[in-house]
Design a protein around this ligand. Structure first.
Ligand code: ADP
Length: 478
């Protein structure tokens, strides 16, 4: 029997473009699938940044005019092979010449186009997938279009898997506009199909029409049966609970490796963990702290949104800064958080280091040079940052929600078990309690070392996740 052919469909992916954890997953999974004996491809938009940085490596395959409702739109198709993975890019200046996510209704149109273009491109691509693995709402119309508009296509046999990376973003638009974009018959404007709370909903379309649904941790899969987490999708989630599987993400062990990370001042492994101190000193210098101070560094690298629990941080940070600690924040997002952290930067120089922006190299140096990594999320489908910090021997302090429950074992001082710290309630003082507990452990050097070892020894690699995906692709492939 020939190898299974998997094509991942996503709005972003490493090493080309990244705004969050989805890109990491799209970067890691195909390489691991190949290692497990599958053939793997990825299809994504040719965003402006990718076009400018990768243009000399891209090979033009075809162009075509495709129908988007009553309009006709240009589609260019480019290809690139890297590490055995076939990458395909959809080119259209109007949709992908600007921001990766346009926001609001413009974003729904942007990615409705992408869904149509992906299916159209299958006519030109030599890679013939057995399974289209779609990710998040940006790809959500593909399973529906495939089942309702492509029954006679050569590729009608393709099975679809759909992964929910974040239920918060659903792609909503009034049905009439969706109908105009993708020629959806009115009979689908019902709660059994794509209607949800008076709108057409791309997430819902995927949840109804995909052959199998996965999400990025078992705990989030359970949480999604609850209206609070499902954000309006609880009906369809409960109806298909038996076809919803939680697979914990992993991280790319080549990209995140303290033994060879090119951004670090000094490399280290579990055996040479004392070298981590050099990275801490370098980080202190980078953020204007006294490099000779023994004060523990607590850091965050995050999108600045409500989801990430920043309201707890806003409430408790000044109290925390009265202790002998250093705090680092790297992130960007909502303006009110920018304002707050700029205020903190001005008031606590030498104690708080704030960088508003997106910087991958800086993120690596923070993961390596910090002692603790704070992630007090309101909800968290999986989370990668806590796993990255564990890989660097930096102990995560997390709120017990979603994938954070599946990936962080809280320290138990009686058994020595654990690879981080956690707290339950969405409450600033519970968070502080957990941080103070971590600070106590910081000064107990034996306990700290044990925890760091547990964290670094943990298998957070994407290999483990890929094995799970393979098992379920196999079930679909038959
Ligand atoms: P989410 O996907 O919800 O944003 P994850 O924890 O799953 O959260 O993944 C976030 C990824 O994005 C991590 O790799 C993290 O290091 C990275 N990241 C987030 N914000 C920044 C930033 N400002 N600069 C660099 N990397 C960032």
């Amino acid at each position: 029997m020939r190898n299974m052919r998997i094509m991942l469909v996503a709005s972003e992916g490493m090493p080309f473009i990244k705004t969050g954890g989805l890109a990491d997953v799209i970067g890691s999974l195909p390489k691991e699938l190949i290692a497990l004996g599958a053939e793997a491809a990825v299809i994504m938009p040719l965003h402006a940044k990718v076009k400018s940085e990768w243009s000399d490596k891209l090979e033009f395959i075809a162009d075509a005019w495709i129908g988007l409702g009553w309009k006709t739109k240009y589609m260019g198709l480019f290809h690139l092979e890297q590490d055995g993975v076939q990458y395909y890019f959809i080119d259209n200046e109007e949709y992908f010449g600007g921001p990766v996510y346009k926001g609001g209704v413009a974003e729904v149109e942007q990615y409705a186009y992408f869904c149509r273009a992906v299916l159209s491109s299958l006519n030109y691509i030599t890679f013939k997938p057995d399974i289209l693995h779609c990710n998040d709402y940006h790809t959500g119309m593909i399973p529906m279009l495939l089942k309702t508009q492509y029954q006679n296509a050569e590729f009608a046999y393709i099975k679809t898997m759909y992964t929910i990376h974040n239920m918060q973003f659903q792609g909503k638009i009034d049905f009439k506009s969706m109908q105009e974009l993708l020629s959806i018959p009115s009979m689908y404007n019902t709660p059994e199909f794509i209607e949800a709370h008076d709108d057409a909903n791309m997430m819902k379309a995927a949840l109804v029409f995909s052959d199998l649904i996965t999400t990025v941790s078992p705990n989030y899969a359970n949480e999604l049966t609850n209206a609070y987490f499902a954000m309006g999708m609880e009906g369809i989630i409960n109806a298909r609970r038996h076809q919803l599987i939680g697979i914990v993400n992993g991280i790319d062990y080549d990209e995140f490796d303290p033994a060879k990370d090119p951004t670090l001042a000094k490399h280290y492994t579990i055996k040479t963990i004392e070298n981590k101190l050099e990275d801490k000193k370098a980080l202190c210098q980078e953020f204007g702290f006294d490099p000779e101070s023994d004060a523990p560094i607590i850091s965050m690298v995050t999108r600045m949104t409500k989801q990430k629990g920043l309201d707890l941080v806003m409430y408790a940070l000044e109290e925390l800064l009265q202790s002998n600690v250093r705090f680092i924040m790297l992130g960007s997002g909502d303006f009110r958080y920018h304002e707050f952290f700029n205020y903190i930067a001005g008031k606590y120089p030498g104690t708080a280091g704030i960088y508003i922006g997106y910087d991958e190299d800086k993120a690596h140096r923070i993961y390596a040079g910090s002692d603790f990594f704070l992630m007090p999320s309101l909800f968290e489908p999986c989370g990668l940052s806590q796993m990255i910090s564990q890989r660097y021997g930096t102990l995560p302090i997390v709120r017990e929600t979603g994938g954070l429950v599946d990936t962080v074992i809280p320290y138990n001082k009686f058994t020595g078990e654990g690879d981080g710290f956690s707290f339950k309630g969405f409450n600033a003082h519970e968070m502080l309690g957990s941080i103070y507990y971590a600070l106590e452990v910081y000064y107990d050097k034996d306990a700290l070392k044990l925890l760091q070892e547990n964290a670094m020894l943990k298998d957070n690699s994407f290999h483990r996740s890929a094995e799970e995906y393979m098992k379920h692709y196999g079930g679909l492939y038959g």
